[in-house]
Design a protein around this ligand. Structure first.
Ligand code: LRH
Ligand code: MN
Length: 425
């Protein structure tokens, strides 16, 4: 489906309004000494990886409602991410999950991605589900398993995933473990953690020299009493145990209620061990909802710490930006467009924080002024900046409106029918 070529005519009607909004905001910001061009180019360079497992309708144990026209194979998934990138110009990467998205024709997949100006970001292993014909079960753990066979099978799977990623140009592996217990006394915590550290070290030893390892933590689900890699501290400890190219991965939904995620981000950047993000939002648990749909101010505070860290922590590597969401009720592509918009807006607002004034107010213990400086940025309508960044790259002025005006979902249903089901969650 050719989207890109139809955008300039679609954008036409809104351009003059955009220009006046942009000029008005630019005047206000440049009068504060801020380089609006810099902000716009930083927004344009900010590329988020789309999870290949979140392009169909998600579901829960209570049910799943299809969305029709879902991508039925990897090629169609890449085409869908291509549509997102054409509209938003900020979705220039795909994050695959193996074995849900194991390519059959690597050259064709690479060519297709290049056609849509997409690259392959972190690749994800899966030792939380048993595969048909597998010799060992992960029911009692994978990298933490007491059963040598299950542990080795899980290590070998991760090394296979690295090999698949190498053929696609990925440069990082994300490991998330469901390993844990559902009842007290079910397993020995120390043995589980020791096994996990040993297994991760073996995977790290198989990592190509220019690759990174991301260790994702989560407090609970699918286990409901303990999870081996339960929090940022455990992930950091394991990353330090593995080596310089092992980092923690922060999934926003993987925190107990009222956790101060922005402080976790700040600490990990100071220690040079923040590898990347899985962006989403949540009200209660790992709800995997649209980014910024529940706690937009919290997202802004996280980006404020990220911007501070990106300016003051050269010890921390460039971050991997990824979405990790599941769509139970919204059109997956509309949901992802809203998430991409929320990420861009949070980043733009964070770039407007007057860091110099803020640190002066902090030194002066002027708590009220600190809040005023933060909220002045947060209360700024930055949409003209985000729009300009998109327009500069040939994207849609209003991606969601364009998606609907172009009848993308209807066209996908016409092409794919109503019964295709996307692999993934
Ligand atoms: C675990 C998780 C992890 C993925 C999975 C699809 O909750 O966030 O990142 O492997 O979702
Ligand atoms: Mn995740």
């Amino acid at each position: 489906m050719q989207v890109r070529t139809q955008l300039s005519s679609l954008n036409q009607s809104g351009l003059s309004r955009h220009d006046s909004d942009y000029d008005h905001l630019s005047d206000r910001l440049s009068s504060r000494g801020l380089s609006v061009e810099d902000v716009v180019s930083q927004l344009a360079d900010f590329q988020v990886a789309i999870p290949s497992w979140a392009l169909g309708a998600g579901g829960t144990r209570f049910g799943r409602f299809s969305f029709y026209g879902e991508p039925g194979n990897l090629e169609q998934k890449i085409a869908d991410v291509g549509i997102l990138h054409a509209l938003t110009q900020t979705a220039g990467a795909v994050s695959l999950h193996i074995p849900w998205d194991t390519p059959t024709d690597y050259a064709a997949v690479r060519d297709l991605a290049r056609e849509y100006q997409l690259v392959f970001d972190a690749i994800n292993s899966n030792t939380f589900q048993d595969q048909p014909g597998a010799e060992h079960t992960y029911k009692h753990g994978s990298l933490s398993a007491t059963d040598e066979g299950a542990r080795q099978q899980a290590i070998d799977h991760n090394l296979e995933v690295i090999a698949i990623g190498e053929k696609l140009g990925s440069k990082s592996l994300t490991v998330w473990l469901a390993d844990g217990t559902t009842f007290p006394g079910q397993r020995n915590f120390q043995k589980s953690l020791t096994q996990t550290e040993d297994s991760l070290k073996q995977i790290y030893a198989g990592l190509p020299s220019d690759w990174k390892l991301y260790i994702e933590y989560k407090p609970y689900e699918p286990n409901f009493y303990s999870t081996v890699i339960q929090d940022w501290g455990t992930s950091l400890m394991l990353a330090n145990a593995c080596g310089d190219r092992a980092y923690t991965l922060v999934d926003l939904g993987h925190h107990l209620p009222n956790s101060n995620i922005e402080q976790i981000v700040s600490t990990l950047m100071l220690k040079g061990k923040l590898g990347g993000f899985h962006f989403n939002d949540s009200k209660y648990g790992d709800d995997d909802l649209t980014v910024g749909s529940i706690k937009p101010y919290a997202l802004f505070l996280i980006f404020s710490e990220l911007v501070y860290g990106m300016r003051n922590n050269p010890q921390n590597p460039d971050l991997a930006w990824m979405i990790d969401a599941s769509h139970n009720i919204k059109d997956p592509l509309e949901d992802l467009i809203q998430s991409l918009e929320a990420i861009q807006e949070a980043y733009a607002k964070a770039l407007l924080v007057d860091q110099t004034k803020l640190s002066a107010a902090q030194e002066a213990h002027d708590v009220v002024l600190c809040q005023e400086i933060l909220q002045d940025a947060y209360r700024t309508d930055v949409r003209p900046l985000v729009q300009r960044a998109r327009l500069n790259r040939g994207g849609a002025l209003h991606p969601l409106r364009a998606y609907r005006a172009l009848g993308v979902r209807d066209e996908l249903i016409r092409q794919r029918g109503k019964h295709t089901v996307a692999t993934g969650l």
